[in-house]
Design a protein. Sequence first.
Lengths: 389, 334
Amino acid sequence: MNPSTVLFLKRKFQGHYKKHPPQSPPQLNQREWGFLMFDPGSGMYRHKAFYNNQEMHEYIQAMVPAHVYHSTAYYEHPSASTMKEKSWLGADLIFDLDADHLPNVPDSYKDMLKSVKNETLNLIDFLLYDFGFKENELHIAFSGGRGYHIHIRDQKVLRLDSAQRREIVDYVSGTGLNRDRIFKKKTIEGDSKRSKVLMFPSESQGGWGKLINRKIITFLQILVDSEDAEKNLIDFKAIGKKKAIKIIDTINSPAQLEQMKNGNFSALSFIPADFWENALDQIIPTIKVNIDEPVTADIKRLIRAASSLHGKTGLKVIPLTLDELSRFEPLVDAVVFGDNEIMINVIQPSIVELKDERFEVEEGRNILPEYAAIYLMCKGAAEFMEVLK
Amino acid sequence: MEIDKFSNYPFLTRTVQYVADMGTPVDNILTSRSFDITRYRARSRVLQAIHGDIQHDDTVNFTVELLSYAVARIMVSCLNDAFLTRRYSLAEAKYAYHMMKQENNEVLQEIGEDLHIVASVTESGLFYLHFTDYIRGAVRLRSIQWKLVNRILNSGYVSITKEEYARLLQEAVRSRIIDALPLNVPDEFCQALEKYLLEIKASVDISRTEFDEAGFGNVESEHFPPCIVHLISNAQGGINLAHSARFALTSFLLNIGMSVDQVVSLFNVSPDFNEEKTRYQVEHISGSTGTAYKPPSCTTLITYGNCYGKDKLCETIRHPLNYYKRKKKTGSAK
């Protein structure tokens, strides 16, 4: 980034911050702040603390950082330079969902963000139904970059240490899931006889049990509904024609299906264990949520401030309610800069998809609307030349 | 809870208050003839804790049992030895656990409330508690069944059996005791207890030596835990290790006494081997910058997907270094 680009971006960010400064997190005076500047090689400014909004606004409007972060932690002395002197009091519980941590993300920025949003919604299901957080306790934000953040400030979680938070991570990611407890052959004592039945968790159980029950049933239904159901089933080890037909009949019976929802799979007890193992191998990755795990376990992390601008995209960190999240279009709603024409010198051929527009630019001189030009300059893919209006 | 149970749970807020209200001067307990038995019971508590479990003593009465806990804590504080404090806190907590298991639901709930692990009892007799309270205790328990992911978590609450609840309380008792030690005790107290302290110290020293002998002499690779064996074979097979795996392997090898050179040469076959960079990183982990890193615990290894080939011994340990120590100990005894 050359000096004239730095100057231009700083002027634009400053203009924005004068009208719309970043938001303060709760307990502002117990937070540490950190900043990265546009100027190359200037390193990170850390251990800043502010006592009120005005102080924070004035600092940011004067310094115009490229990235604005505050601690997820609360400290007694947030501006002290060592952790020991800071004296940790607690920390918000944070989830960071980022395209970098998702398998098979699409290349296009728009599609990538769509798949991260989906993952975020899956995580929110865990947080609401399993962990019992209330909707208004989930502080969701578009990160301005490649994903979403969720902050939780419920009193009960603030004092959890890193190992305890890791248990939460392991829960949502299915790490350490004990498969022996998922499906088991249970001996049932009847009036006159004992019989072994195959039990799965029931749908009403909640948590992983509920999800596994649902997905196992869907998995079986998809197998059975396909045109070559019989042939597909026979492809599994130890399933012959007779068993295949029996499986199809069972899944197609509404009464049996009801039993299975309650966790009773006894009608399918004849299916070998390999089959169920294989089914779980396919199902578990679709239930687990992919988050940036160390972020949640870290109790002394810096996180991007709400309503600040992301210095690598020029997009705004937008706080969202759950309702807003489902309608949110990051590449439209997080764009803050205008349409003035800017001439830039493109260094890397790039594609910009913003505000429902698509610009494909080659190396050299290009004229783009300000918001797209700023995006490329922030990315380091272009240098500023001049404002054309 | 009836008062006669207080001596079983001397760490509870109500019990502490009860003892304070008794108003017996501490120096009296530490010096007077009439408290000989109390001091002797305190000595037994500590000595038994060093070598295993605190045993119930039928011959002592309520007051002796109750006050001996206070005296035992003074003894531990006088010696102020981290090893002793750990052992003692664990043994007191286990002692309490054996009694808690036998309590009725109401007493157990009362203890839980005092330890801030509040539970209600469901119609089916299960204990129902918030997940944050659950993980505060469960995180220290190594068996996989304690992991939150293997529990039924619904609207923020988990249900566990009475015995499991008592086990969680044991952890909370241990934390409460260890967090309060050492107490700030005046020198006179320690002088009064000197004859006991000498005996306890000698016992600690013996126990510690046994422990150290089981420690790390020469590096014996046949005693490595399966995760480390797996990582070494990957590293030597030229497979690029994730950062967390590299860290786990490096810190483990350095901790059992391998040199920086030996560790660096192990990575020499990695596809992206860069001697200078590798050496810098290994030296950093070894503590050349002032902080030496311990290898990650089993829990962390599991979280980052670096736990491979778990075997029976793994079930009994929480940390890969302990696997190595144990195996070496049993290996050399053969």
